[in-house]
Design a protein around this ligand. Sequence first.
Ligand code: FES
Length: 74
Amino acid sequence: MFVCSCFGVTEQQVKKHAEDGACTPRQIASACKAGTDCGSCVRRIQAILGRGACPRRELVEQGASALAELDEAA
Ligand code: FES
């Protein structure tokens, strides 16, 4: 199932990037561009990260503030 339809990024790909150390939506964006076009998938990415895809929880918390920044920029 696609998480980011703008770039055709699947949930599996997001989980893989998270396992490789991308713990925030911004780091996922750097890895595969997901979230950098319309931005509507950022909350889905955040939800995947929040479900524990990334083992480093404190960085997930930073992801929440990165999301807030994205909201302000929109
Ligand atoms: S759906 Fe991901 S940037 Fe548009």
